[in-house]
Design a protein around this ligand. Structure first.
Ligand code: FMN
Length: 324
């Protein structure tokens, strides 16, 4: 029913994408999204080597015959040991049809991706970056609002503003991210000019999401006020679960901590330890405000089917209101 330039471009049934999620967006989750008619992205930074990423791609292929993508999250600046270029090589060699990039300008990698026929979808937190992404050849742009889990940028502009503005200004399709979880919000995104939604937090709370049950239980209980934004002092704002680690980071930042001081608390590997151990106070764990609208742990298929049927009902309701 929902046919957009994104469903056409990606060859998927529903305009619903699962965004990159370090440690979580692996074969089980990504293949479940693909099998349910959406597009999932294996998150390259979950892997310490290109060989591990390649294995995960192959494992995912064994679990679905539908298309899926790879997320390549880049740090704002290139650091020693950066595997970005090598991750893109694997993407091209493995015939992955689409990448989701985030973190810094992917322009240096555009020729490589284009010549391998890989679609580039870049994720940004502001209209000016969306324009830039289009200008360097992105095939579509994801705009995240301030409510999103992960990195909302430094401007604090919510989806209700950044999405319609980007959709109006760009010629390439725009994908909405930040605050989407159900059929009503999918219809709202389409109404604002998006051609798909990309969700993180909703899929984080899926049955197939490989994190300890304690986190799932925390999410079911959490309210929309149970996330906070940290790491502004290092210009890498991040919306995360409001837990002990988050409060520690906020306190350290208020006291003038440097990136080096913060690293032992904010490093990704601490989050991985938390997911495995079930210690919900350990590590800075990305989570969007939409957690306050998630009350059930469902399978990916249930999540997707419910979104589509609720979206259809929502449109019927709007038709009644509009007297159509
Ligand atoms: C637990 C979690 C981990 C995430 N990790 C990444 C990541 O590694 N790379 C990335 O580009 N985005 C990451 N994100 C952001 C999502 O891909 C997506 O942009 C965001 O979740 C959308 O907002 P929502 O949480 O309101 O759905 C993460 C989000 C969450 C919730």
């Amino acid at each position: 029913m929902f046919k957009t330039r994104i469903t056409e471009m990606l060859g998927i049934q529903h305009p619903i994408l699962q965004g990159g999620m370090q440690w979580l967006a692996k074969a089980e989750l990504v293949s479940a999204v693909a099998n349910a008619g959406g597009m999932g992205f294996i998150t390259a930074v979950s892997f310490a080597s290109v060989a591990e990423l390649r294995d995960e791609i192959r494992k995912t292929r064994d679990m679905t015959d539908k298309p899926f993508g790879v997320n390549v999250s880049m740090l704002p600046v290139m650091m020693p040991g950066d595997l970005t270029e090598a991750f893109f090589d694997v993407v091209c060699e493995e015939g992955i049809p689409v990448v989701e990039t985030a973190g810094r300008n992917p322009e240096p990698y555009v020729p490589k991706l284009k010549s391998a026929g890989v679609k580039l979808i870049h994720k940004v937190p502001a209209v000016r970056f969306a324009r830039k992404a289009e200008s360097i050849g992105a095939d579509a742009v994801i705009v995240v609002g301030f409510e999103c889990g992960g990195h909302p940028g430094m401007d604090d502009v919510p989806s209700l503003i950044v999405l319609p503005k980007a959709a109006q200004e760009l010629n390439v399709p725009v994908i909405a991210a930040g605050g989407f979880c159900d059929g009503k919000s999918l219809v709202a995104a389409l109404a604002l000019g998006a051609e798909a939604v990309l969700m993180g937090t909703r899929f984080m709370a899926a049955k197939e999401s490989p994190m300890h049950e304690n986190f799932k239980n925390w999410m079911i209980e959490a309210q929309e006020t149970d996330t906070m934004v940290v790491e502004r002092s290092i210009r890498n704002a991040a919306r995360i679960m409001k837990n002990e680690a988050a409060q520690t980071v906020a306190k350290m930042e208020a006291e003038g901590a440097t990136l080096e001081d913060l690293l032992p608390v904010i490093a990704g590997r601490v989050g991985r330890e938390a997911y495995l151990s079930g210690d919900t106070d350990l590590g800075t764990i990305a989570c969007g405000q939409v957690v306050g609208r998630i009350h059930e742990i469902k399978s990916v298929k249930e999540i997707m089917d419910d979104i589509i049927s609720e979206a259809e009902q929502t449109i019927q309701r709007l038709n009644v209101i509009a007297g159509v």
